[in-house]
Design a protein around this ligand. Sequence first.
Ligand code: ATP
Ligand code: MG
Length: 199
Amino acid sequence: MSQIDNERHQKRQQKLKMQVDERIRQAQQERGLLIVLTGNGKGKSTSGFGTIARAVGHGQKAAVVQFIKGNWECGERDLLSMHGVKFAVMATGFTWETQNKEADQASAQTIWQQAKQMLADPSIDVVLLDELTYMISYHYLDLNEVITAIEQRPESMSVIITGRGAHRRLIDMADTVSEIQSRKHAFDNGLKARKGIDW
Ligand code: ATP
Ligand code: MG
């Protein structure tokens, strides 16, 4: 790098640092966050579980509610439950090819009661509501009731919601929303889902 390039680089970095410092200075609020991870691409649940692992690594208390795939194997569940993370798992293992609407609806209600208890527990730092969005799009859970439970949670608690097609009202009330777009997925080229990668 020439000296002029070096000086330009330094000036740019200085400006960037000032901007970042200013934003850090402005971020003064401290409270739990609501994070929505939606979209059709791969990476929503893994991101949610990654955040749970992050919290556990700091000695925080975390809980996970799995609204679908309850009967399926799940690497994160095996690992995190060994580290004291409480799991609530939907009994009948609802999938998108659901066969028995009434049974699914009943187990959605059952698991929601557990989720509500977690959302009201001030000792919990972060709750992952994995695949919650489908419970709302299938009308298995009442949207207003879900919103109320999230709004009334303890102030220090963060909540992460994952699933495609998140309802507009969940997006509106969230502090952070990431929409993961699918550019490519191995499945589309006939590759089978893999243990350790997909579950
Ligand atoms: P992951 O759990 O891998 O982070 P996800 O939570 O973003 O995925 P889901 O919609 O919950 O995605 O999908 C569950 C399963 O479907 C996972 O095994 C995932 O790898 C796979 N999957 C995710 N996105 C796609 C896609 N665009 N096409 C096909 N399969 C997908
Ligand atoms: Mg998922």
